[in-house]
Design a protein around this ligand. Structure first.
Ligand code: MRU
Length: 343
């Protein structure tokens, strides 16, 4: 399963707002439309947003090839794309990488083929990193594991294969996974719509629960491990992920259940000392007042809708990356393994 394709100088995105009821691909030749697709979550998940932004940058370069102020237009395109969603650092990481490629090519329209190669490299590397973290992460999965996950950190959220779901895929292939529990993940139901769909496609046993059932499931000793994705990790190991992750971490801590996050190095932001510095996206309250577009609350009721929360590093058992599984103290380990990438 893959959510992003680049064919004949056109970007194709699998419309994740329609899944699982409809499998619809949308073609893009305009970078502004891709920025909108990121905002409306046609494409979502930290690594997938980065991959899509890389290709969108190529679309901008393609459109502005003949423009007299090519370099200025590319700067504006980068700014528009960077303004689409604030939390997942992969977006900014990918755009900086694309801009560095353009700079290395002298900021000239002739850079187009180098830019396309760079975006394809970002895409390819993401899949390879997911597979590497899948193999490393599978080692921490106990036999007959019952794993709880939140939101969607699967193939759909990445260039392909997935981070947390990549670990589950690798562990399942080794015969270690007895059961996955997927939180439905209100308000936009990425767990119900996307994670349940992905796991069923791969014949991995999955049981869907509402977010509020997770604590009871843990209290009944039905969870051996909690495994989630990540949108941005600060230097001390604090990390932002889909709203509800923090409640899961507190619950897992109380019940003595190991709690891991899986992430590629493109999700690590060593420029931020701790989680309080991570910008958290607040989305329209309408998403909370409705369910799949159907009104479920009194019209006009105030609704709070942060898309992410921050889990303090103290609640983390370990961090699964493509290089290694990290254990506390996280700060020196993150610095040692990823320090050369710090901006
Ligand atoms: O709002 P979303 O659907 O983009 O949020 C996605 C998540 O929170 C994922 O867990 C995270 O991006 C990691 S995906 C490998």
């Amino acid at each position: 399963m893959e959510p992003i394709r680049w064919e004949n100088n056109t970007l194709y995105l699998l419309d994740q707002t329609k899944l699982p009821l409809e499998t619809a691909w949308i073609s893009y030749s305009n970078y502004r439309a891709v920025a909108q697709a990121i905002e409306t979550m046609v494409v979502r998940g930290a690594p997938a947003i980065g991959v899509a932004a890389g290709y969108a940058y190529c679309l901008a370069a393609q459109a502005y090839q003949e423009a007299p102020s090519f370099a200025a237009k590319m700067k504006a395109a980068k700014e528009r794309l960077a303004a689409s969603r604030p939390t997942a650092v992969n977006l900014f990481w990918a755009l900086d990488r694309m801009e560095a490629c353009l700079t290395a090519c002298g900021n000239m329209p002739t850079a187009l083929s180098a830019l396309i190669a760079e975006a394809q490299a970002i895409h390819r590397e993401d899949v390879a990193q997911n597979k590497a973290m899948g193999q490393l992460g599978a080692e921490i999965v106990p036999p007959q594991a019952r794993i709880l996950t939140h939101c969607n950190a699967g193939a759909l959220a990445t260039g392909g294969y997935g981070t947390a779901l990549g670990v589950i895929r690798a562990a399942f292939a080794q015969g270690k996974v007895a059961q996955v529990y997927a939180d439905e993940t209100r308000p936009l139901l990425q767990g119900a719509r996307l994670t349940a769909y992905e796991l069923m496609e791969d014949h991995i046993p999955v049981t869907l629960i509402t977010d509020s059932m997770a604590g009871a499931l843990m209290a009944q000793h039905k969870v051996d491990l909690v495994l989630v994705g990540c949108d941005r990790m600060a230097a001390n190991g604090d990390f932002a992920n889909k709203i509800g992750t923090y409640s899961l971490a507190v619950n897992a801590h109380y019940h003595g259940i190991p709690f891991y996050t899986a992430l590629p190095s493109s999700t690590i932001d060593l420029s931020l000392p701790n989680g309080s510095c991570i910008p958290i996206e607040e989305r329209d309250g309408g998403e909370v007042r409705t369910l799949c577009g159907i009104q479920t609350a009194p019209a006009g009721v105030e609704a709070w809708n942060p898309a992410f929360d921050v889990t303090p590093y103290k609640l983390l058992t370990g961090i699964i990356t493509e290089k290694a599984v990290l254990y506390p103290p996280f700060q020196p380990e993150l610095r040692r393994l990823f320090g050369s990438m710090a901006g």
